[in-house]
Ligand binder design. Structure first.
Ligand code: 3PG
Ligand code: MG
Length: 399
């Protein structure tokens, strides 16, 4: 792969040059207070930003946050992120009130060497996500005017064909940042020749989101462990009643086919924690996976399942985990996710945690991040990488 990286750019010298960095600062915010609940994605981009600051670059950072609809929307402002980024960098971050307007222009013009600016949310502009090449291109022109070079360190967004990810690198000298480089190296190990047994754990709510990756992974893995909300569609395909659990009725047949073709590689829950309601204080019990009462819904995998999954994980040499095993945000339904995460940390294996939700779960449950081999910042991006899809952001760096 012919991707230039940050070291190549630093070797050319960046002192006094404006470097436009696309980061993925799409962090979860508390709905009531608006506070950042997990700053993992901000921390993940620090190595790239610090290196540029130290080398005396004028650093112009851009990112999306949430999914605003192409116009300014205060609840998705990056302002709180600028504050947090400044704390972590130990230097003020100059915040532009718009993305490519007057405020952005004067903020970028005012930067001294070694200073950092953050532009307002890219998705406040229609051009960022437009399907129309010309509209995207026009926005990319405006962004590219803020840089003499471009660094992509937004691994979480490399699967998006968006202006800042796909079109800006066509307009500026471009390199991969430290985070993107590391992510691609690690995920490349999984798609290449992983040490065996290779065990994958998938959770999360929707089977339809995971179908392509299951198809791609089945021939490659030794074991595929399935929990989370998506397991109920598989349990239904096995002929079990799932009560009022999450169910994708139109996917039952597909899941049945996958089970038939999996050659016994797929492991499903044998017990689940079933509750009266989707609530932290709901009445709940552990029941066998084939005995979910009709008025109850499964909100976590049960202890016997955790033990079985842990046994499979203890044999593994390579592990990939994406998606929580239950509603880990509620203490009563966090046991499955915690149990699986702990089993992964205990295994003598190279482990990769994929995705915003699973990475946030690791931190929310207070687990030691350093006991995992790699925690990816990309949810959709890491899954699409493992599917073997061409990622527009990576392809743009290769040219
Ligand atoms: C993510 O959270 O997965 C990335 O930031 C990409 O966001 P998106 O799914 O809204 O494009
Ligand atoms: Mg996403």
């Amino acid at each position: 792969m012919s991707i230039r990286n940050l070291d190549d750019l630093l070797a050319e010298g960046v002192s006094g040059r404006r470097v436009l960095v696309r980061a993925d600062l799409n962090v979860p915010l508390d709905k009531q207070s608006g506070e950042i609940t997990d700053d993992g994605r901000i921390r993940a981009v620090l190595p790239t930003l610090s290196a540029l600051v130290q080398a005396g670059a004028k650093v112009v950072v851009c990112s999306h946050l949430g999914r605003p609809k192409g116009a300014p929307d205060p609840q998705f402002s990056l302002r709180p992120v600028a504050g947090r980024l400044g704390e972590l960098l130990g230097a003020p971050v100059h915040f532009a009130e718009d993305t490519v307007g007057d405020s952005a222009r004067s903020t970028v013009e005012g930067l001294a060497d070694g200073q950092v600016a953050l532009l307002e949310n890219l998705r406040f502009n229609k051009g960022e996500t437009s399907k129309d090449d010309a509209e995207r291109g026009a926005f990319a022109d405006q962004l590219a005017a803020f840089g003499d070079a471009y660094v992509d360190d937004a691994f979480g967004a490399v699967h998006r064909r968006h202006a800042s990810v796909h079109d800006v690198p066509a307009r500026l000298p471009h390199v991969a940042g430290r985070l993107v480089l590391r992510e691609v190296e690690v995920l490349g190990k999984l798609t290449g020749d992983p040490e065996r047994p290779y065990v994958v754990v998938l959770g999360g709510s929707k089977v339809s989101d995971k179908l392509a990756v299951i198809e791609a992974l089945l021939p490659k893995v030794d074991r595929l462990l399935i929990g989370g909300g998506m397991c109920f569609t598989f349990l239904k395909a096995q002929g079990h009643e799932v009560g009022t659990s999450l169910l994708e009725e139109e996917m039952v047949e597909t899941c049945g086919n996958l089970l038939e073709r999996s050659g016994g590689k797929i492991m499903l829950p044998v017990d689940v924690v079933a509750a009266d309601a989707f609530a932290p204080d709901a009445t709940h019990d552990t029941v066998p996976a084939d005995g979910i009462p009709s008025h109850r819904l499964g909100l976590d995998i049960g202890p016997e399942t955790v033990a079985g999954f842990a046994a499979a994980l203890s044999q593994a040499k390579t592990i990939f985990w994406n998606g929580p095993m239950g509603v880990f945000e509620m203490a009563a339904f966090a046991g499955g996710t915690r149990g699986v995460a702990e089993a992964i940390t205990k295994a003598d294996a190279f482990s990769v945690v994929g995705g915003g939700d699973s990475a946030a779960a690791v931190r929310a449950l207070g687990l030691d991040e350093s006991s995992f081999g790699h925690i990816s910042t990309g949810g959709g991006a890491s899954l699409e990488y493992l599917e073997g899809k061409t990622l527009p952001g990576i392809a743009a760096l290769e040219n």
